[in-house]
Ligand binder design. Structure first.
Ligand code: GDP
Length: 202
């Protein structure tokens, strides 16, 4: 699937019910993703054009105190929203189709990275481990977005963040605790995504 205009792409993956739709809505600041009522219902790849991640301003020149101040380059990109995985009642054929979809997405020429969502309360599932293997195999740039941070107290949240970081083997700046409910960590994630697109080494 070729997207027009050609822009950098960032994929979002996570098990169903991890909070992916909610996080996408929180990132974009309006309702772009349908919140799933039935887990495992969305099977197709959804693509969202994000005109300017983060600022809500257009990337034109504006007047500043000392004359014209250029705004930062707008971070226009596509979000590729992959179907949630790990839904128990999915058959073998669908699992294989999902694996193919992931592989295809990870090999896309303009893919700059993957936001991998993990629920703060749960250990990595077998399906999460399969995703971890796929991400490693394709050498993907990964940002781990730990979801539903508000479900734990501050102390437990920090503990889980550290545990997950160790389990994932990712550096601190690639793991962030988020909450679509409180908005915590959303700006950090936006900044990290902007870093992926700008090609800032992670
Ligand atoms: P998806 O299946 O991964 O797209 O998950 P949804 O975004 O539909 O969320 C699944 C459930 O988790 C819903 O009941 C959401 O209201 C809830 N949820 C999602 N994000 C958060 C969060 O940050 N905090 C809390 N407390 N609940 C959340």
């Amino acid at each position: 699937m070729l997207l027009d205009p050609p822009l950098p792409e960032v994929a979002f993956v996570g098990r169903s019910n991890v909070g992916k739709s909610s996080l996408l809505n929180a990132l974009v600041g309006r309702r772009i993703a349908k919140i799933s009522g039935t887990p495992g219902k969305t099977r197709a790849l959804n693509v969202f054009l994000i005109p300017n991640l983060g600022s809500g301003e257009s990337g034109v020149v504006r007047d500043g105190a000392d004359g014209k101040v250029p705004l930062p380059t707008p971070h226009s990109l596509y979000f590729l929203d992959l179907p949630g995985y790990g839904y128990a009642r999915v058959g073998k054929a669908q699992r294989a189709a999902f694996r193919g979809l992931v592989k295809h997405a990870l090999r896309r020429e303009r893919l700059r990275g993957v936001v991998w969502l993990l629920d703060i309360r749960h250990p990595l599932s077998v399906d999460d481990q399969a995703m971890q293997d796929a991400l490693a195999e394709e050498d993907a740039q990964v940002l781990a977005a730990i979801t539903k941070g508000d479900k734990l107290s501050q102390g437990k949240r920090s503990t889980r963040e550290r545990e997950l970081r160790e389990e994932l083997g990712l550096p601190e700046e690639q793991v962030m605790v988020t909450s679509a409910t409180t908005g915590a960590g959303i700006q950090d994630l936006k900044d990290a995504i902007a870093g992926l697109i700008a090609g800032v080494p992670q």
